[in-house]
Design a protein around this ligand. Structure first.
Ligand code: SAH
Ligand code: SF4
Length: 420
């Protein structure tokens, strides 16, 4: 979502007549798009703002701003910490940027718009083959550790016709793959109250000519329905991959996280999906060191990883986010325990990922060729429907095509193959 928001910001600046430079010293405006999900993301931005201080103070015309979730989360605290900042603009206020840029008085702080309005048509997009298309903004789930509902607001779905129109336009421009975006895409349409949901949205997108692949990110286990599983299995453009964050393998912890499912529910969903969708690849997000997580709880998370055999896991140490319920939960887990658990979990997952990749050696995969390999111009990089990265020799004319590749070798993060 943040990558998408950065494209929104770039597009607004482009429309306002700005052009792009990779050198901060040449810039008339520098906007940092930011994330508040974990403290680490915020710390990196703090040091980035600090490193731009000199440039800002030397150049009185330079506009230096913070956009996105940190702007909303920290508001005028940012101005107190960094008095040389000119703009603080929240994720739901990005459409105010043209007005804000024209204002003479600085600093400007704009963070109070509760929900995002529709301002995402005809973007300057980095990629020419794949595009992100948001279908809902915000989140009303309030997982106890998560800052997203506070910074991005409550769930708000986009109008279906707008989405379809946008994807038709992208397909006409030559885009082959779209990823539908939302903090919880499985709740798409709930607030529209007109019977529209993710399953029937996917159905309509399937019919769009020229488009080859459809992905969506992120579904929530408690909202995965049989209707969705059936749509995924029936619709040929919907990829055989789901990123389904489990967060933990212990029911005690899942309850404290306010996730709304048990580990048994999670396993049952996976079973139902695997029955209907052959070759389904499942990836996940996991948090270690949530308050009160004891050795036994952590072992249950390891067991879940071993039982499901995820293709990959995005793993995080619990990070205390001010304003969330979990920020007050006790007992907190010491940093070194969190570190150890993260390392053990990652080791287990790496073994599984490599093993699953090796099993693909000798198979023939459908690969969407996406770009030239920056490390070897005679090679292309693409992805399988499962989302695995494949490197193979091929001509740049194949970019945007779905080609068949025989897998010859497997590494942790990529497969090596040849056209067949
Ligand atoms: N809406 C998505 C993603 C939310 S943020 C979802 O519900 O799955 C992406 C991931 O960051 C989450 O899935 C979670 O694993 C992790 N995360 C969120 N808040 C966190 C926190 N306070 N500490 C550690 N990890 C966190
Ligand atoms: Fe955060 Fe939970 Fe919403 Fe995901 S579903 S954005 S983890 S509150």
């Amino acid at each position: 979502m943040n990558k998408y928001d950065s494209e929104v910001i770039s597009s607004i600046l482009d429309r306002e007549g700005y052009s792009f430079t990779s050198s901060p010293r040449e810039a008339d405006i520098i906007l940092l798009n930011t994330c508040s999900v974990r403290a680490h993301a915020e710390q990196r931005v703090f040091s980035k703002i600090g490193s731009l201080r000199k440039i800002r103070l030397k150049n009185p015309h330079l506009i230096l701003g913070i956009c996105g979730c940190m702007a909303k989360h920290l508001g005028d605290k940012l101005l107190r910490k960094f008095p040389y900042l000119d703009l603080v603009v929240g994720p739901n206020d990005l459409d105010q940027l043209p007005r804000i840029l024209r204002e003479k008085k600085r600093p400007v702080i704009s963070i109070n718009t509760p929900n995002r309005s529709e301002f995402c048509t005809s973007l300057l997009r980095e990629d020419k083959i794949k595009a992100y298309v948001p279908i809902n903004f915000g989140c009303s789930n309030y997982c106890s550790y998560c800052v997203v509902p506070y910074v991005r607001g409550e769930l708000k779905s986009r109008d279906k016709e707008e989405i379809i129109e946008e994807i038709r336009r992208l397909a006409k421009q030559g885009y082959k793959e779209i990823t539908l975006l939302g903090q919880n895409v499985t709740q798409y349409g709930r607030d529209l109250r007109n019977g529209i949901n993710l399953s029937n949205l996917l159905e309509e997108i399937e019919a769009i000519d020229g488009l080859k692949r459809i992905r969506f990110l992120t579904p929530h286990p408690k909202d995965v329905t049989d209707e969705l599983i059936s749509a995924m299995s029936r619709l040929s453009k919907v990829c055989e991959h789901i990123h389904l964050p489990a967060q933990a393998g212990s029911n005690k912890i899942l309850r404290k996280m306010n996730r709304g499912y048990t580990v048994e529910d999670y396993k049952q969903i996976v079973e139902r999906m695997r029955e209907r969708i052959p070759h389904l690849s499942i990836t996940t997000d996991l948090i270690v060191g949530f308050p009160g997580e004891d050795e036994h709880d952590f072992e249950e998370t390891l067991k879940l990883v071993e039982d499901i055999r995820f293709s990959a896991s995005f793993t995080f140490k619990f990070s205390k986010r001010p304003g969330t319920k979990a920020a007050n939960l006790k007992p907190e887990i010491p940093e070194d325990v969190k570190k150890d658990r993260l390392r053990i979990l990652n080791d287990v997952q790496r073994g599984i990922t490599l093993d699953l990749n090796k099993r693909l050696i000798g198979t023939r995969q459908e690969v969407l060729a996406e770009c030239i390999n920056p490390k070897n111009e005679r090679q292309l990089i693409g992805k399988t429907g499962q989302g695995k990265v494949v490197i193979f020799s091929g001509d740049s004319g194949l970019i945007g095509e779905i080609v068949h590749v025989k897998v010859k070798d497997a590494r942790l993060w990529s497969l090596l193959g040849e056209l067949s």
